[in-house]
Design a protein around this ligand. Sequence first.
Ligand code: NAD
Length: 352
Amino acid sequence: MICAAILGAGIGVQHLEAYRALSDRFQVSLIVDRDAARARAMDASIEWSGEIEVAISDPEIDLIDICLPPHLHVPVALDALAAGKHVICEKPIATSMADIARLRVASEATGAQLFPIFQYRFGPAIAALKTMISNGSTGAPQVAALETHWSRDAAYYSEPWRGTWVGEQGGAILGHAIHTHDLLTYLLGPVAQLSAAIATRVNPIETEDCAAISFQMANGALATSSVTLGAAVDETRIRLVFENLTATSGWVPYAPATGTWRFEARDPALQPKLDAIVQATARARAGYVGAFDAIADALQGTPGHEVTFADGAASIELVTAIYASARTGVRTTLPLSKDHAFFNGWLPDQTV
Ligand SMILES: NC(=O)c1ccc[n+]([C@@H]2O[C@H](COP(=O)([O-])OP(=O)(O)OC[C@H]3O[C@@H](n4cnc5c(N)ncnc54)[C@H](O)[C@@H]3O)[C@@H](O)[C@H]2O)c1
């Protein structure tokens, strides 16, 4: 049994639901939030504390699950890793490549692992497509089109940390489209080059809420990403065209792997094989349940499906490259070197 503490009672509510669905693997023994009422509303039978340090110093706790605002992720993760606790960290795990380097050192020093959250990877449709890619059904990727078209209004930004460089540390690139961009690299591999334009067009906030990005993947495929937080309704749409098939997502915004996808073969003779894969993966665990199940496997000796620290590091490198391109107007080549002007971060006072 893995003993966890949830830090933060916002999205932490959904984390708790997933732990409950995996009660044979996880036990939540502490909820930390400085807002006592919010924490108690999650589950009054679970012990509560307003102090993060109480979780980190508790010898019974194996896993610190960070669901706090983004600016607290790195300092809390560093303290937890130093105490030898494994960490689950909501996105973004860091807001600079320099912080990624610090987290790596801290994890290696104690052997405690940090698992980023990219729960969109988990669920039937992505499991089907991953299988089709790995068994050669898709053939080479050609192009991908991503849409992160969501709606965020004044009520959403009434939370003081949101929409600010200090509190949120980024806008739609860091906080919203980071999921679809993670799916892009999960499915098609690393990005070699990108050019990006970002803008604030929807709400009166400091950070961006729209973006248009063009990617060249290391394998030669091309991809585009359209991002806005001013859509009429929340929809995430993904279309990937491969040599042998086209995969088209449904519209489910926050769990695209659970929507109804079309996997259409160019050669009709391939279609039965694709349909069989869809059938075989239909019961793949989705969202946080799938993500946490894979983490439990990793902690109990059978890694392979979990989102790794390297995946989280790659996502922050990609965010860095997007901000670098958008700010300078220059096409950015990845990987970024240690002497890149944005290595210490993209906040307005961190770039050289
Ligand atoms: N993976 C996803 O799909 C997803 C969805 C939503 C949010 N998130 C991420 O989860 C994180 C939290 O977002 P949220 O929407 O739950 O935010 P939130 O503001 O609703 O909740 C954060 C909680 O942390 C508590 N908190 C803040 N500072 C604290 C401190 N110093 N000590 C103790 N408690 C403190 C607040 O009281 C609040 O209850 C963010 O990084 C966000 O990007 C991820």
